[in-house]
Design a protein around this ligand. Sequence first.
Ligand code: SAH
Ligand code: SF4
Ligand code: F3S
Length: 447
Amino acid sequence: MAMGDQLIRDEPKRVHIRTYGCQMNVYDSERMRDALTDSGYVDTDRAEDADLVILNTCHIREKATEKVYSELGRFKARKRENPNLRIAVAGCVAQAEGEEVMRRQPLVDFVVGPQSYHRLAEMVRTDSRETNTDFPRASKFDSLPERSTIQRRASAFLTVQEGCDKFCSFCVVPYTRGAESSRPVESILQEAERLVEQGVREIVLLGQNVNAYHGIGADNRQWSLAEIINRLARIEGLCRIRFTTSHPLDMTDDLIAAFAECDKLMPYLHLPVQTGSDKVLKAMNRRHCAADYLDIIGKIRAARPDILLSGDFIVGFPGESESDFEQTLSIVRQVRYGHAYSFRYSPRPGTPVADRPQVDSAAAADRLGRLQTLLRSQQEMALQSMVGRRLPILFERRGRKRGQLAGKSEYQHAVHCQADDDMLGEVTEVYISSAEANSLSGEIVVA
Ligand code: SAH
Ligand code: SF4
Ligand code: F3S
């Protein structure tokens, strides 16, 4: 490389990564950033300064995918101004329709699927237009460089499990992320210890189906997620552990018991049910009925009565009748969620129900509105129930207003509070004085 770019330019190259979709993409983006930093790139949050732009995409609903194409369209002018700008598409759209992305958008230089990020540094060095969406045998986790010492927030994601074998009939994840696979215990522990050394106080264990975790330990045995949590709890300096997202079928007794027994496991659980109708649950291939779900919720509440439950819902699944939908409202009333996401069904190419007749659009929109009104009122109740209490808050970042820090309660509510910067990364008792639509405010309790 006689006249390589690096030699001509004094400045290091800059990378701008945009992340869409779930927390696993947030984690992957961090790992990509670390890998590129290792290869001499500097991170920038301004796309206009970048030499390399990576869109880390989501394919879960049609809107998510369309966003990628419209975002790419916006880079057309920028690429005309700067012909050296390289644009990459990563994530689940890359995996699902990488070749189509290359055809539809000639300005894309390369496409890299979620299992191939360890090849990223090599791909940015070559000039060819390339699509890399293999599911290699070697895991990206073992081949990516160690996580760098970039200034970390107090809370960090750590992916322990990827892919999914559940094949819910609406979902693209088994196709975009591939078969379910769990990282070995030792590599998780090492990463966790390193994060804590870097100042992380809360670790959120991630997986598309995280409670199906069954990685191999140094003892050659398969560990459960509960065992990982209990082991992580022994790391000094780590204050809080969370995990997401879980499938009801994998909510094992040892994991439920961890909510009672492990102080560091936070009282918050995202456990999607999608619908309250047994008929729709069956058509979705969720492999449990509404009563099974309520049973599990009962056991979890027995173990940890104050737990805050969160969920996902799909309305307008093909064949959903008004009475099916009312069963969704009914299960929501029975569970009482503190937080939830709800979506209108979006037919995804390649999934088994994509071609079924759709629920009337106006009816689906009306149902989503009614469900969201109910969920919002439950969320407000959960927030209001915190007012007047003293709660331990982990301060994670500066707040929007001067002199303010933003943190999280054990129940994962965002909390804003006047506090000095040196409180960042500390768990402090806060008196909750008011609740807003999505967050709480309070004052530090002076001892
Ligand atoms: N593994 C998680 C969900 C991952 S996808 C689980 O099993 O619960 C996140 C959420 O997106 C799902 O829970 C579902 O509510 C929603 N979702 C997935 N596919 C969808 C589709 N085709 N249309 C609408 N919502 C969808
Ligand atoms: Fe998708 Fe979750 Fe079902 Fe897996 S368990 S197919 S990720 S919805
Ligand atoms: Fe989206 Fe892929 Fe996550 S489809 S939700 S980014 S696993």
